[in-house]
Each structure stands twice: as C-alpha cells, then as structure tokens.
Design a protein around this ligand. Structure first.
Ligand code: HEC
Length: 255
C-alpha cells in the first residue's frame, strides 16, 4: 500500500476539561447553568399550576395529563342520559353505537348514516319540537350536538403550535447545556448517554403528547419522558457546576 502521502499519525486532539477553562469561561458557564436551572424550576411550577386539578381532583396526576390531551370523552349529557334516565328507551347494542359515535367526536357524516335512524325510532316521540316538551330536541344534528359536545382535550392546532416552540426552544437549551457538559471528565459511555438523553426524552415526550390525544394511556409516557428530561438536565448541570469549581487536574500534563 502506498503510504507516501499519508501523515505518520493523525493529529490527536487533547480533550479539554473544566480545569483547562479560563476563569472567564467558568463564570460564563456557571451563570448560564444557574439561570437554566432556575428556568427549569419555573417551567415545572408553571406545569404544575396549569395541569393540577383538570380532572377535578387536587394535585397533579396521570389523569390530569390524560384529560388535558385526550379530554374527558365520557362527559357528554347524551351519554349520561343514555346510561341513566333514558336507558329504558334504547337497547344496549344501539346505546353502544351511540356511545362509540360520541367518543369519536360525534361527526355529522356518521350522524346521518347511523345515529339519526336510531334516535328517530326511539327518542323523537318525546324529543322533538312537536312533542311540546321543554327537553333537548334530538330530531336534528344541531339539536343533538347541544347534548353531544364532548371535551376532546387540547386541539391539534395548539398542540402543533406548542410543539414547534418547545422543539426549537428545548433543543437550543439542550445544545447549550450539552456544549458545557462536554468538558466534564467522566467515563465515555456515561457522558455520551447523558448527552443524548435530553434530546431523546424531549422527542419522546412531544410525540407522546400527540399519542395521548389518541389514547390516554400514553399520559404515562409523557410523564416518564418529562421526568427523564429533568433528571438528565439536573445531572448535566450539577456535574458541570461541581467540576467547574472543585475538580483539579490530577494527571501531570505531558512535558
Ligand atoms: C317518553 C318520552 C321520552 C323518550 C322516549 C325519551 N326521552 Fe329523553 N327525556 C325525556 C324527558 C321528560 C326528559 C327531561 C327529564 C329528565 O331529564 O329526566 C328527557 C331528558 C333527556 C336528556 C337530557 C338530560 C340532561 O342532561 O338534561 C337527554 C340527553 C335525553 N333525554 C336523551 C334521550 C334519548 C337519547 C332517547 C332515546 C334513546 C330519549 N331521551 C328518549 C323524555 C323522553
């Protein structure tokens, strides 16, 4: 093999660590890490106060997260009536069809095809203007919609809005914290894992917002991924702060 044009050895880059940083760098990194930590605590507080109690119970729970993204789809007056006072006017199979339709968001197309015939057959004797009763009019889609409004959680549009802000914002913060954390002196595998973790966590977290909108069990994923993001940032920040001010070089630099 012709090695003529190849240098004897590739230039090796000696990795820098916090103890090689100038005081100016150390002050810059410390200030940023402290502010980022404070911002994270603020974000947690904001999260707690805006999610807490959505499900009607005090304190933050998986149900709160699920209900924010998925909504409370059993909350319609129509379903409660069908399971309660009006149960006697319809058989179980038909009731289940109506409940399924309600859970899918009560679309008008299915109303005409599936729901209207059932209501016409079982309900409009009483539930129409003709009956003269002051009860919900179930003879038209508009009338049914009044008792079929369900809470499907935060809209897809605002999810997309919040996601893109978070992806850009958190991505940049993760980059800055990671740029500082790379000067830490740690076993390679540990440092590499901890560097990747916030990015993976934020990706999984935001994907899980959308999945929770579809299936509320993903609320667990939202919480676990969010916790992982917090844990990995806390570790990166604390390890960096410690090493910036307390780690001394123990190996003699080569002469
Ligand atoms: C025999 C007459 C009659 C029939 C048939 C009937 N309802 Fe009713 N419905 C009533 C009356 C009276 C009320 C008001 C008093 C009440 O809420 O119990 C009512 C109330 C309701 C309400 C309002 C509940 C609320 O939250 O205020 C809904 C929704 C409803 N019915 C749905 C239905 C459906 C769906 C059917 C068909 C499966 C049906 N009803 C069949 C008489 C009827």
């Amino acid at each position: 093999m012709n090695k003529k044009n190849q240098p004897e050895t590739c230039p090796t880059i000696v990795p820098r660590h916090f103890y090689n940083c100038t005081l100016n760098e150390k002050l810059l990194y410390t200030s940023f890490l402290l502010l980022a930590g404070l911002a994270y605590l603020m974000a947690l507080t904001y999260l707690y106060t805006s999610f807490e109690g959505i499900d009607g119970e005090p304190g933050l729970s998986v149900e709160d997260v699920a209900e924010n993204y998925y909504g409370n789809r059993s909350g319609t007056r129509l379903e409660s009536a069908l399971r309660g006072p009006m149960a006697g006017y319809i058989d179980t199979e038909h009731r289940n069809h109506i409940v399924e339709w309600l859970k899918s968001g009560a679309p008008e197309s299915d109303y005409v095809r599936l729901i209207k015939p059932m209501l016409d057959e079982n309900c409009i004797v009483c539930h129409s203007e003709a009956s003269g009763l002051q009860i919900p009019d179930l003879s038209s889609y508009e009338g049914v919609k009044q008792v079929a409004n369900i809470d499907t959680g935060v809209s897809l549009h605002s999810l997309i809005k919040v996601s893109h802000i978070h992806l850009f914002g958190i991505g940049l913060v993760a980059l800055c914290i990671g740029l500082i954390f790379r000067f830490a002196l740690l076993p390679g595998w540990f440092q590499n894992t901890l560097t990747l973790l916030p990015f993976v966590a934020i990706f999984v977290d935001i994907s899980a917002w959308f999945l929770t909108k579809w299936d509320p069990t993903y609320a667990y994923t939202v919480i676990i991924a969010g916790g992982l993001l917090g844990l990995s940032w806390a570790l990166q920040i604390l390890i960096s702060l410690y090493q910036i001010w307390f780690l001394r070089c123990r190996v003699k630099p080569p002469v």
